[in-house]
Design a protein around this ligand. Sequence first.
Ligand SMILES: C[S@@+](CC[C@H](N)C(=O)[O-])C[C@H]1O[C@@H](n2cnc3c(N)ncnc32)[C@H](O)[C@@H]1O
Length: 250
Amino acid sequence: MSDLGDRRSSAGTSGSGSTAAQSFYGRWAALYDALARYTPGIGSLRERAAAALELESGDTVVEMGCGTGANLPYLRERVGPEGTVVGVDFTRPVLDRARESVAAYDNVHLVRGDAARPPFANAGDATFGTVDAALDSVDAVLATFVVGMLEDPGAAVRDWCDLLVDGGNVVLVDAASSERAYAAPVNALFRAVVILSTPPTLRFRYDRDPQATLDRRVDAARDALRDRSSAIAHETHALGVVRLTGGRID
Ligand SMILES: C[S@@+](CC[C@H](N)C(=O)[O-])C[C@H]1O[C@@H](n2cnc3c(N)ncnc32)[C@H](O)[C@@H]1O
């Protein structure tokens, strides 16, 4: 494992929302890590997401908003010892946990940076040696439970598409309100979860309704991915609350 430290000074420049998110995830890193790894069904969902990236041995994959690193073992398994896995997150304590979890691997790299402004050579910062060399040919980008936290998820997804080689894949996994027929009780429960997990939590008067904001951002990210993809795959899980969408970018 290699920790590449801070890329650019942009981590956290997305405004007060990102400051609150870093503070929230920093404080709750241990609890989040347990939920991210041991929630029933989450392992198979991460496995599905890794499969949807269509990685081959030796490929390079970037995970945006990697959190405590729960996806990293699945990604590393797909690219093998010859491949490269890069996790990006702007919250230092979660990256510390991710670093511990992949300490045995020398081809898994962790970068502190803003996923909304990809901190790589292709984005104009060419001073980081071997990893940036690998990042000249990014085969896939994964973001799980992240786009709902971005102010402009459509723009971020378009930037992620721009990082890819021809035929590369972007896969998004998110929770949003269910669209299924029996959605009302499911969405009521989901609303409680969203409120409890939206920084700063337990504030019941919001400038923007957190569930509506999340739904809008998740949709905007998918619209951007559909616009850029030559082929798209979409599936839902957990009574329609979890969406997995993959697009191939040519
Ligand atoms: C809900 S967690 C998901 C973590 C991980 N992807 C997973 O599935 O367990 C969201 C993560 O995205 C990170 N994040 C949110 N916005 C970000 C941004 N603009 N740049 C980098 N990381 C971001 C947070 O720090 C947090 O670790």
